[in-house]
Design a protein around this ligand. Structure first.
Ligand code: ADP
Length: 354
């Protein structure tokens, strides 16, 4: 079932957005800077006039002028190649609400390759472009899931989006330990990138509608968009080979919902809105980095579902999104520390083929 496997660290990249209107209006100075449009270092000052700055290094750092195409080319294009080889890959977007997670993941959903199209539409566009040029038989399926308050909602099912889907259950794939799937979820067969865009727009609207109707903030939910690709190839000695690659694109809840050390913040605790999944994600990362004996995957829906992406057989990338402005410095530092810690997680990716 698997071929060679080598341990690799999780890839961690940071994207700094431009200052927004509010930050400019309030004259909140820029305290996080990058060396140009892209590089590996990020410089943080408590005040713009400070002579000293603290430097953080990541696998990649994108400055406010980096566009969607650049993020795709540098981060996602190599991952798509891995998916086509039969690996499972996951990209997480992590950060405070308003820092650009959805912009990075979805961006403009009206076209697959427009200037503002994000990772999901661009990936689909490139995926179909590549598959159509190959001789092999293939199929592409997508699913779109939301986790809110530890309840799963299928964003592609025709059901009422305000009702959590009782039929959705997480089950463990016994053939692939740590690879958990959701039973009962729509996995839609798609034939073109445009097909998926239409589906995605519906799913994305469904998320918004449900949030508005129930007075919930969509910044407290996690969204997992999954693309599964089956490719059938014939080897030179006439044998059929089936490769199955999977890409999870995860837009996490706003990181302000949990505090710096992964502990819940007072405000969140009081309001009874502890985000169990985000909290557990932090604990899982800490336990993996500290090489703990017990990794608390089972304590949240998100970490159960994505267990394999954290210390498992999946190739994983985290895109941490931050604001450059002083008024958000505390949250940005918390995001940078979190992302920096995650760099130490090691996965051992394996190809799925039979
Ligand atoms: P989040 O999903 O983290 O809450 P959003 O993706 O909704 O944040 O971004 C908040 C706003 O900032 C949106 O209007 C988005 O278009 C804009 N934005 C975010 N990142 C960038 C960027 N790198 N360049 C330009 N605009 C951005």
């Amino acid at each position: 079932m698997s071929s060679e496997s080598k341990e690799t660290n999780i890839n961690v990249v940071v994207r700094v957005r431009p200052r927004n209107q509010k930050e400019i209006r309030e004259n909140s100075p820029i305290v996080i800077s990058t060396s140009g449009v892209k590089g590996k270092d990020l410089h943080v000052k408590a005040n713009p006039s400070d002579p000293q700055s603290k430097t953080y290094s990541f696998d990649k750092v994108f400055g406010p002028d980096a566009d969607q195409q650049m993020v795709y080319d540098e981060v996602v294009a190599p991952i798509l190649e891995e998916v086509l080889m039969g690996y499972n890959c996951t990209i997480f977007a992590y950060g405070q609400t308003g820092t650009g997670k959805t912009h990075t993941m979805e961006g403009d959903l009206t076209s697959c390759a427009g200037k503002d199209a994000g990772i999901i539409p661009r990936t689909l566009y490139r995926l179909f472009d590549k598959l159509e040029k190959e001789d092999s038989e293939y199929s592409v399926r997508v699913s779109f899931l939301e986790i809110y308050n530890e309840e799963l909602r299928d964003l592609l099912s025709p059901d009422d989006p305000t009702v959590p889907s009782v039929k959705l259950k997480i089950f463990e794939d016994m053939n692939r330990r740590g690879s958990n799937e959701v039973q009962g979820m729509e996995k839609i067969l798609v034939n073109s990138a445009q097909d998926v865009i239409t589906i995605l727009q519906k799913g994305s609207n469904k998320r918004q509608t449900a949030a508005t109707k129930m007075n919930e903030a969509s910044s407290r939910s996690h969204c997992i968009f999954t693309i599964t690709v089956h490719i059938k190839e014939t080897t030179s000695d006439g044998e059929d080979l089936l490769k199955v690659g999977k890409l999870n694109l995860v837009d996490l809840a706003g990181s302000e919902n949990v505090g710096r050390s992964g502990a819940e913040k007072g405000r969140a605790k009081e309001a009874g809105m502890i985000n169990q999944s985000l909290l557990t994600l932090g604990r899982v990362i800490n336990a993996l980095v500290e090489k703990g004996l017990h990794i608390p995957y089972r304590e949240s829906k998100l970490t159960r579902l994505l267990q394999d992406s954290l210390g498992g057989k999946t190739k994983t990338c985290i895109v941490a999104a931050v604001s450059p402005a002083k008024c958000n410095l505390e949250e940005s530092l918390s995001t940078l520390d979190y992302a920096h810690r995650a760099k130490n997680i090691r996965n051992k990716p394996e190809v799925n083929q039979r």
